[in-house]
Design a protein around this ligand. Structure first.
Ligand code: UGA
Length: 493
């Protein structure tokens, strides 16, 4: 394998020492990790002031790094290999850090070690496969991962409880395990990635780790994740912003360093500020969608196309056009959970959250509108065959959590309809919840015998007008251009 040689020039309080650093071709993106490993083991470390790195034989400097570089977290362990943990882990290694992912689920770990992503996410497999062995690994051994890294990201799930509050059981056990290990490792950095309600990082996570570690000699930060499923890799590499909630400037700078190649605003805030920014962001997206849906419901009554209305509205930069696509409402593991969590927080704080309650109420009713439209044409749906096209909560993912399709299928079954579902990627997951409905192998097979076709999640392959020719089609997400014939109904147009 070809080697690339760098020349490293270390400034030792005014005197310079130089040495070469050789990296294999697939290691060059991890230059900083290798350099840090070398410098940390260097005998003259006490006098270290800064370091310059050049590509051998080339005059331009590749890096100039201050003293703080030695303590910047270049090696990171990540607890939890769900959507957030795995994409963050793979992405963070891709941008040149050493990453050790940790999960308690041996099967998942085994798959990741074999470079098979346990979830479907566009571009993830390709990126996972390309990571050098030396810089990316996955294990069930948390101790080993933490002891060999400078910083641990907590990226375990925070699912909602029945009452809308978040369930912190995974976060709590992660803190207890991490705390016990930090007993022997003072000075570690802990970054909370899991979405947690304001105050949790300070009052629960930090407190629990300290309790189990027996000391408070660790740094803590809250860095919320803004990845969209299906576009998570793209979002990771092109973030709108990186929000860093910290207790001190030093931790802010250290975390900024992890992402130093990103040309994006780094927003410094408090731990609680960061937690609230995440909740507020998702709730604002949900609000935009419910707003578009409410206007859309009015538009439907007036025979106006809400997409045209939102195109007009969205031209004003103060609003922008994004997240104003009306339809069957929002689903997923994030928007519904975060809106409900803020409503629940409002109750705890005795603060009204009327707007968010309304956002939720609009959303709960929206998928059912598709069934009402089917009934308008067919009357009672008992024994009618209904094709549900697109089962995932949105295109580009196999995730069906809080998917509008689940609400629609439930209601159809209660009404005694025969349901045929189709989704190339999400069918397997839907089968776990609804094993007894029929699943089609192709869009045409799903539609063939249907009395009515419901367009729920607009995968590109389903946005083909020809598919629905001659069928009663209820369009829940602008699958196709509005037909003027009576066998077409748009939900909000
Ligand atoms: C959302 C946020 O967009 C991310 O920024 C955030 O990081 C993530 O939650 C999270 O908290 O982890 P995600 O749940 O992947 O991402 O999905 P979105 O793309 O936001 O879509 C959510 C739902 O809204 C989907 O059901 C989608 O079909 C629906 N939607 C979206 C609409 O109905 N109309 C729109 O205009 C946009």
């Amino acid at each position: 394998m070809e080697l690339t040689t760098y020349q490293v020039k270390v400034n030792l309080n005014g005197t310079f020492e130089e040495f070469p650093l050789e990296l294999a071709e697939d290691e060059t993106s991890h230059l900083l990790v290798k350099l840090q490993d070398m410098l940390r083991n260097w005998p003259k470390l006490a006098k270290f002031d800064s370091v310059q790195v050049f590509k051998k034989g080339e005059p331009e400097m590749v890096y100039e790094l201050p003293q703080a570089f030695l303590s910047s977290p270049m090696s990171i362990s990540i607890m939890g290999t769900g959507y957030v943990g795995l994409v963050t882990g793979v992405g963070t290694c891709h941008i040149g850090r050493r990453v050790i992912c940790v999960d308690i689920d041996e099967k998942k770990v085994d798959k990741i070690c074999k470079r098979i992503p346990p979830i479907y996410e566009k571009g993830l497999k390709e990126m996972l496969v390309s990571l050098p062995e030396k810089y990316f690994s996955c294990t069930t051994n948390l101790r080993e991962a933490v002891m060999n890294t400078d910083c641990t990201f907590i990226a375990v799930g925070t699912p909602p409880k029945e009452n809308g509050e978040q369930d912190l059981k995974f976060v709590e056990s992660a803190c207890a395990e991490l705390g016990k290990i930090l007993k022997e490792k003072p000075g570690h950095m802990v970054v909370v990635k899991s979405t947690v309600s304001p105050g949790t990082t300070q009052n629960k996570i930090k407190a629990m780790i300290a309790e189990h570690a027996g000391h408070t000699n660790f740094k803590i930060a809250m860095v919320p994740e803004f990845l969209r499923e299906g576009l998570a890799i793209e979002d990771f590499l092109n973030p709108y912003r990186i929000v860093i909630g910290v207790e001190d400037q030093e931790t802010f700078e250290a975390i900024k360093f992890i992402y130093e190649d990103f040309d994006t605003p780094f927003f410094k805030t408090t731990l609680t500020g960061a937690e609230m920014i995440k909740y507020a962001s998702n709730s604002l997206l949900a609000t935009k969608i419910s707003f578009a849906n409410e206007i859309g419901n009015l538009c439907k009554s007036l025979d106006i196309d809400v997409y045209e209305v939102m195109d007009g509205v969205g031209l004003d930069e103060r609003f922008n056009r994004k997240f104003l696509n009306a339809g069957r409402g929002f689903g997923g593991s994030c928007l519904p959970k975060d809106v409900k969590a803020l409503v629940s927080l409002g109750k705890t704080l005795n603060q009204p959250t009327e707007l968010l309650k309304a956002v939720w109420a609009v959303n709960e009713n929206q998928p059912l509108k598709m069934i009402e439209l089917a009934e308008k044409h067919l009357g009672d749906l008992k024994n009618k065959t209904v094709a549900v096209m697109g089962l995932a909560f949105k295109p580009g993912t196999d995730d069906i959590r809080e998917s509008p399709a689940t609400i629609i299928i439930k209601e159809l079954l209660e009404k005694g309809a025969k349901v045929i579902g189709y989704d190339q990627f999400a069918q397997e997951n839907m089968e776990k919840i609804y094993p007894n409905i029929t699943y089609a192998k192709s869009p045409t097979e799903a539609i063939k015998d249907a009395d009515v076709v419901l367009g729920v999640t607009q995968w590109p392959e389903l946005r083909d007008e020809k598919l629905y020719k001659g069928k009663l089609f209820i369009d829940g997400m602008k699958f196709i251009d509005k037909r003027t014939t009576d066998d077409y109904e748009g939900i909000c147009w």
